[in-house]
Design a protein. Sequence first.
Length: 187
Amino acid sequence: MATKIYIDQGHNPRNPNAGAEANGYREQDLVYAIGVRTAAILRAAGLDVRLSRPTAETQLGTSTSSSLITRVNDANTWGADYFISLHANASEITSASGSEAFVFSLDSEATALAENILTQLNYATGLPNRGVTARTGLYVLRRTRMPATLIELGFITNPYDAELMAEDPESFARGVSNGVLAYLGML
């Protein structure tokens, strides 16, 4: 049976739970496109992949809370082996750049998965690897029943990061996919 990877493209196409906006881009659009490409690469490698937002207009839940609950329940019910939530970071410091990951606990399988993804994102995009941090307050990390990581691909508030995510989503998808494949010993 193929390994099941749940790719959560963070946020909804519109409120409730829409993402950050900066530099003429919307987070939910960037991570949707990167997620679709990531799924295609992982499927081609023989993995079973489910997307939280199979179409650009897929709206999950009627509030921020129910949006998060829907994503987690879908992954848990499906029996995903790994959960990866894709996001674009934001900061008041527009020079902030790079990819980082969050996990529920640093002493977990999720940390090794996140580290592999960040290493491969750095190779694929050239953006700095900002490391893995524990974030126990994030619902998608706290309530999933499988190793889970939330990946901040780049900063939407940084003009270079934002343009790179918009103009070269394939590099981000390759980075995330190669990180998963490296973690699974398939790269």
